[in-house]
Unconditional design. Structure first.
Length: 219
């Protein structure tokens, strides 16, 4: 029976290819789009890729540079640009954002956004999308769209592990900013970009985009 690895554990995939594809092509992947759950997305496709593991590539296939795991503050910020006080505030925001995920505090996480309608959009990397396309018989979408409210609920779900953040980089003029970092979750990894504005009360996230790299299935 084919299996795939998640954090060193091998999980047996009991779904047939047909069953896996049926799960994958539910209308617009409602589990992902309504809840914004990136982990559910990659877990579903990991099951399908496991079911088709005869076509899977070696686990060392470089979908993209896989980040080293750390939390905000652990890595050197040699690429930060802008006023030191603004950079310091944004660094604290990133650390607090990560802590809210760890503590499963939905309200605290949502409060970092300008409002609950802020877009959160993920794009699957070309190598991962190629495998997803095969697994879903061409039905897998390339983009996954959510909003701040749904994404905050998903990221603080009891079943969701907090993403690991590393390589934080900030560019700001003290009024607007971009913040980027590498993320890693059990089923995949990628890169995240935020845009932010400095309101009279605090820095607020105005958009989020991220890449999705699904770990290749292993026999």
């Amino acid at each position: 029976m084919p299996a795939f690895a998640i954090q060193g554990r091998h999980v047996q995939a009991e779904l047939t290819i047909a069953q896996s594809v049926t799960i994958l092509i539910q209308p617009r992947l409602g589990l992902v789009n309504k809840k914004g759950d990136r982990m559910k997305l990659v877990a579903l496709f990991a099951l399908a890729l496991a079911a088709t593991s005869v076509q899977a590539q070696p686990a060392t296939h470089p979908d993209a540079h896989q980040p080293a795991a750390s939390t905000p503050g652990d890595d050197a910020r040699t690429h930060d640009v802008g006023p030191p006080d603004a950079i310091a505030r944004l660094q604290k925001l990133a650390a607090a954002y990560h802590l809210a995920m760890v503590k499963k505090d939905t309200s605290a996480l949502l409060a970092f956004y300008y409002d609950e309608r802020i877009p959160v959009i993920g794009s699957v990397s070309p190598p991962s999308f190629a495998r997803m396309t095969v697994a879903s018989n061409g039905k897998a979408p390339k983009l996954y769209s959510s909003n701040a409210k749904d994404q905050s609920a998903a990221d603080t779900s009891a079943k969701t592990a907090a993403e690991k953040m590393s390589n934080l980089s900030i560019h700001t003029d003290g009024t607007v900013a971009s913040l980027e970092y590498d993320y890693e979750i059990p089923q995949g990894y990628g890169h995240t970009f935020w845009t932010l504005v400095d309101t009279k009360d605090a820095w607020k996230i105005t958009s989020v985009v991220y890449s999705i790299n699904i770990r290749p299935a292993a026999r």
